[in-house]
Design a protein around this ligand. Structure first.
Ligand SMILES: C[S@@+](CC[C@H](N)C(=O)[O-])C[C@H]1O[C@@H](n2cnc3c(N)ncnc32)[C@H](O)[C@@H]1O
Length: 316
């Protein structure tokens, strides 16, 4: 079962207000949505998007009567400006993105995301995406595969793992998760009983690539800033340092900076619409939450507020 992270911090820092209209771009099991609705009361509404049609069904069931306050939309959050057009709402009091996958998705062997249970090497969140994990590991040139494993998995043994994958596939192409996990484990070596499975970072890297997660994060943050009202907030939770960097850089470009002018004074430079940090450093889980939910240990929450400049700009 998926345990949501940083729920209290999200509700508090989004500044959830009674009767507010919120956009949850990663509805998942609807746990954050439930907490937002509980804080915002019966007049509130959530537009909930998810790329996984099954997640929307799970959210509907989990939310029970609160589902009546949610407008469910199947699609990607990178596309949310056009997805919300038919919802009757074009601007929001707050937008939440809780990036990555839910525990139910990660543990579902049929999706091929788990290296603990055998399944087809697929990893796509949405079956309409063009490439599967099997295509990546069976077809990508060795050097590109090594770069991918390093870039998206922070895996120091990326070259050794890529070499082992390419050697194996020339005899037996990869079709199953356990076959891949086994080859990675043998290439990486390592201690028995290590804290994390040797295939963890490589599986994460391939998953991020297959689902284009970094580009989704960048486009999602840009869209969220455009959809939030002046004075409204955007909260983004990440679980990966590369993804957090993308969120931080996007927000920083819109926070901008004051550049000194030779004649004195200064001029603001940055991307519009302008935003301000609500928390300069990302929020992380407290000791209790990290103990109860190990997934929360790598979670980072960044929050910004859009400045009241909507009238002065041409943004939607
Ligand atoms: C960590 S879970 C969200 C959990 C949710 N906040 C909750 O409280 O239950 C992330 C969800 O985002 C969805 N997702 C991932 N990438 C997406 C994208 N680009 N567009 C829309 N949904 C996406 C996944 O299908 C998954 O359901």
């Amino acid at each position: 079962m998926h345990i949501p992270v940083l729920v209290r911090e999200v509700v508090e820092h989004l500044g959830v207000c009674p009767g507010g209209i919120y956009l949850d771009g990663t509805l998942g099991g609807g746990n954050h949505a439930r907490a937002i609705l509980a804080a915002a009361g019966p007049g509130a509404k959530i537009i909930g998007i998810d790329r996984d049609a099954g997640a929307l069904e799970r959210a509907r069931a989990n939310l029970g009567p609160l589902a009546a306050q949610v407008h469910f939309i199947h699609g990607t959050f990178s596309n949310m400006i056009s997805l919300v057009q038919n919802s009757g709402h074009r601007e929001f009091d707050g937008v939440l993105l809780d990036l990555g996958f839910s525990s139910d998705q990660l543990d579902d062997s049929a999706r091929g995301l788990s290296f603990m249970a055998d399944g087809p090497l697929d990893m796509r969140l949405d079956q309409s995406q063009p490439r599967t994990a099997a295509q990546v590991v069976n077809e990508m040139p060795e050097s590109e595969l090594a770069d991918l494993i390093y870039k998206f998995g922070d895996e120091p043994a990326s070259r050794r793992i890529a070499r082992a994958i390419v050697a194996e596939r020339s005899g037996t192409p990869f079709r199953s998760t356990l076959h891949l996990a086994d080859v990675i484990a043998r290439a990486k070596g390592g201690r028995r009983g290590a804290r994390i499975h040797p295939a963890t970072q490589t599986f994460q890297a391939i998953r991020i690539f297959v689902n284009d997660e970094f580009e989704q994060a960048r486009a999602g943050c840009e869209a969220a800033i455009r959809l939030v009202k002046g004075g409204g907030r955007v909260a983004v939770i990440t679980f990966h340092s590369g993804e957090d960097r993308i969120v931080k850089q996007c927000f920083a470009r819109h926070v901008g900076r004051d550049v000194s002018l030779p004649q004195g004074g200064s001029r603001w430079e940055g991307d519009r619409p302008r935003v301000a940090w609500i928390v300069k450093k990302p929020l992380t889980a407290g000791e209790d939450e990290a103990r109860e939910n190990p997934r929360a240990r790598s979670a980072k929450l960044r929050v910004i507020e859009r400045l009241q400049d909507r009238a002065k700009t041409n943004f939607p």
